[in-house]
Design a binder for this molecule. Structure first.
Ligand SMILES: CC(C)(COP(=O)(O)OP(=O)(O)OC[C@H]1O[C@@H](n2cnc3c(N)ncnc32)[C@H](O)[C@@H]1OP(=O)(O)O)[C@@H](O)C(=O)NCCC(=O)NCCS
Length: 324
């Protein structure tokens, strides 16, 4: 019988079930019981988590986890796992249906989605690397059984996301990019670290780029009392016309990446590739051992990453089922 997954002892078993899929069947980083509880079960002020499980006696055979983000008419599907010995017997389908019903009951949602907008982020490990991880799985791995499972349960692909990876030990700016950097002077353009004494126009840049997320993060960073982490900009006689950074190394050795953006009036100079390569070099210099990032299948930013030597290491599908 399917029931809510709320008991701590069931959470421990569900965490173990989840851990058994990692490192092969799925690429997620395993979670301790406490991390599992915090990630899948504990709601916050804005995110309501909903879980269901199937038990045989006291043994958890499978679970499904989702959430609702206040103000969004979407039920996010975060995770579903069925014990290997009980697969292909309809249990996954029943768990998913129970989760969908519970999500629908909890809020007036219009669709169920598997997407990077899900506020619950799952860390995953790039296969074949020494634990190099990325803090968010932006959809369902198209190479996993789960992908076909969702397709066969009425979910449609909406967009694809590609994850890019590069170890930084051997990174060097390519001659073609260096030539481009050298040629910027002709246009009174230059690339370097943002300096509030010499540069201006950051707000206007973020208004042009239209991302509140970037604006909040980057302007918040440069307003910090300690000056914040370095931000790399492209500028035209001092006016900021592009950004990337802020640069810092995460505990895992990953070079942090918030984003990259070029003002719409300055997109003809190849500044995106320049900024990105300078970012990689700066991250390497401050001790980052690798970088990961993802972008949409059709986003031209992919050429920037590929021209800097990054490889696609995973493709994810975002999926949706509309509620009729
Ligand atoms: C995905 C998962 C939960 C499916 O559980 P399940 O109980 O086997 O699913 P069901 O029996 O309800 O399958 C329903 C349908 O999905 C499709 N499906 C499920 N697994 C499939 C597979 N390995 N290959 C192809 N189709 C598959 C089939 O159409 C199936 O119907 P059928 O058996 O009549 O052909 C299970 O494989 C699992 O735990 N995988 C590891 C964790 C994971 O990757 N989760 C997804 C991340 S969110």
């Amino acid at each position: 019988m399917i029931e809510p997954l709320i008991l701590r002892k069931d959470a421990a078993q569900a965490a173990a079930l989840f851990a058994r899929t990692t490192g092969g069947e799925t690429v997620y980083r395993p979670l301790s019981e406490e991390e599992f509880y915090q990630t899948f079960i504990r709601s916050t002020d804005t995110v309501t988590k909903i879980n269901v499980c199937e038990k045989e006696g006291d043994t958890v055979l499978g679970f499904a986890s989702g959430c609702i983000n206040a103000g969004k008419a979407v039920g996010y599907i975060t995770m579903i796992v069925v014990d290997r010995a009980h697969r292909r017997d309809g249990l996954g389908t029943r768990l998913l249906a129970a989760l969908e019903t519970a999500l629908h009951k909890a809020a007036p949602i219009q669709s169920y989605e598997i997407t990077f907008f899900n506020p619950v982020n799952l860390t995953w490990i790039v296969p074949g690397t020494p634990g190099h991880d990325h803090p968010n799985a932006p959809g369902i791995d198209v190479a996993s059984d789960g992908y076909l499972f969702f397709k066969n349960n009425g979910y449609l692909d909406t967009v694809y996301q590609n994850s890019f990876y590069q170890p930084l030990a051997g990174f060097a700016i390519k001659p073609k990019i260096q030539a481009r950097i050298d040629g910027l002077r002709e246009h009174d353009l230059a690339v370097g670290y943002y300096d509030k004494e010499r540069h201006f126009g950051m707000e206007e840049l973020f208004d042009d780029l239209g991302s509140e997320l970037w604006k909040t993060e980057i302007l918040g960073n440069i307003a910090r009392e300690d000056g914040g982490d370095p931000v790399i900009i492209a500028h035209h006689n001092g006016k900021a016309v592009g950004f990337t950074g802020p640069i810092h190394v995460q505990e895992s050795g990953r070079g942090y990446f918030a984003g990259i953006g070029i003002h719409s009036d300055y997109r003809a100079y190849g500044l995106g590739s320049v900024l990105f390569s300078v970012l990689c070099r700066s991250l390497k210099e401050i001790g980052a051992s690798y970088m990961t990032l993802f972008t949409g299948e059709t986003n031209p930013a992919r050429y920037i990453y590929q021209s800097a030597g990054f490889k696609i290491v995973k493709t994810w599908a975002d999926m949706e089922k509309k509620i009729k």
